[in-house]
Write a protein that binds this ligand. Sequence first.
Ligand SMILES: *Cc1c(COP(=O)(O)O)cnc(C)c1O
Ligand code: SF4
Length: 348
Amino acid sequence: MGGSLSRVLTELSDVESHINLSKEEKRAFKEVVPVFPFSSSLYYLKLASRSKAVRRMLLPSLEEIDEEIQSPGELDPLCEERDKKTPFLTHRYPDRVLIVTTNFCPVLCRFCMRKRNWLKPKFFIDEGEIEKALSYIKENPKVRDVLISGGDPLTLPLERLERLLSGLERIEHVDIVRIGTRIPIVDPERLFDENLLNVLERGKKVWINTHFNHPDEITEVSKEAVGRLLERRIPVNNQTVLLKGVNDNVDTLTELFSRLQRIKVRPYYLFHCDPVKGVMHFSTTITLGVEIVKELFKRLSPLAIPYYAVDGPGGLGKVPVMPKRFRKIKDGYIFESFNGKKFFMEDR
Ligand SMILES: *Cc1c(COP(=O)(O)O)cnc(C)c1O
Ligand code: SF4
């Protein structure tokens, strides 16, 4: 585990000493946790006691194991296990690779599409596997963009994270290294650690992709954590998942994206919730997602609006699904303005 990672709480008794649970929540905890475990930082648990949305993302619910609700879901609809080139590296798009560095997360999100892996033994990528991934990238000069994901990569032992980032820094054809992490949201004080910040900064090409889903997650502390990254010249972008009962309405997302801009985090993706077993109770229709984004364009600048995207089944990759505001006619296009006015432009 990373040196200064805060303690995690996994037991019902730990949870109950910090937050009052209803009878129903206790029952859900006991019945669901043997199937899909529980884990939280103290910080995020306290946040859950003040926010209904965070509570829904953090506490186990009987819906997770309700056969009727979950039966349309699959375990691995995106076939992530298939496109692997080394045990830890997936190469799907020509210019980008994904390195899954661990399956460990200090906070387990109930909507996680990888919750099938939660009961597997905890792993961290080791030195040998880091070398294999680096060699693969060295031999493939088209790879210019490296995603580091998990689990949460910022929980990696610091020497290994440093080895990986400095290796990538030295590969000439790599332009960008993106680390996907929820640490700024679930354990922000971890980012007050100068040693970790130094490693990220020395990585030179590092960008951080965070995962804020609700405005309640933007606190003074998480804002400070993001600030520490920005100070080190690390750009911060955000990926949100559209979640029923958490953020599936225009008002919540308008507030989330505008507040992210205030803390200088660029909204990058709004993912459609994948049909994963154990997560179906969070899934909305695609139609709702498109309608929400259409409405967002009336309220916000595109600089505050992420790409709404679905992830194709069987590893076909992400597809942006934006509201359609133009159509081709004979010799030109009909467009729709932000306030619903139609206009024509000739195609020449
Ligand atoms: C999401 C993903 C990427 C990165 O996709 P972007 O659309 O560039 O953010 C790369 N490889 C795999 C396997 C992915 O799942
Ligand atoms: S941080 Fe990401 S990988 Fe970890 S449990 Fe949450 S959604 Fe899943």
